[in-house]
Design a protein around this ligand. Structure first.
Ligand code: INI
Length: 153
């Protein structure tokens, strides 16, 4: 029986991060967590590129361009969608999740989904570096593992 799994060694890989500016007080913390994790695993700062988009809805468009036109080993998407008074929340969450998943399946590099979808601002804060960890750091760690596994296939 053969078992395949990735490691977390970040030397010699290039990563693109697409981050939404909407709810920037949260997404900036997700970005910090992602960059910190990548750097601590040996990814060179010059090999990390960050692309800011207006909101989560715009993430798939840029992510698809990066996956098809650039030579990254993997991509991270970061955003924060917080339920408001309208049904906009469901629409944005659904389209972003579908869009990012589609890009991932259509490309030959891993694309990580690091978009928070929360009911309250407090829940988002908890997931951006406080008591529920940092989603940005989590998906960065997952990307390293996926890049490593992808190289074995
Ligand atoms: O990233 C977000 N974009 C949001 N809306 C903007 C959307 O992502 C697009 O930028 C906008 O619709 C223009 O296309 C949000 N809400 O509306 O609540 C949100 O919570 N988070």
């Amino acid at each position: 029986m053969a078992t395949f799994e990735g490691n977390f060694i970040g030397e010699d890989i290039k990563v693109g991060i697409v981050v939404a500016r909407f709810n920037e007080f949260i997404t900036s913390k997700l970005l910090s967590g992602a960059k910190d994790n990548l750097l601590r695993h040996g990814v060179k700062e010059d090999n990390i590129d960050v692309y800011w988009v207006p909101g989560a809805f715009e993430i798939p468009f840029i992510t698809k361009k990066l996956a098809t036109e650039k030579n990254y080993n993997g991509l991270i998407t970061l955003g924060t969608v917080i339920r408001g008074a309208t049904t906009h929340y469901e629409l944005v969450c659904s389209e972003v999740a579908k869009g990012v998943a589609h890009v991932g399946l259509e490309s030959d590099i891993p694309v990580m989904f690091g978009v928070l979808t929360t009911e309250t601002i407090e829940q988002a804060i908890e997931r951006a570096g406080t008591k529920a960890g940092n989603k940005g750091g989590e998906v960065a760690q997952g990307l390293l593992e996926m890049i490593s596994l992808n190289k074995q296939l």
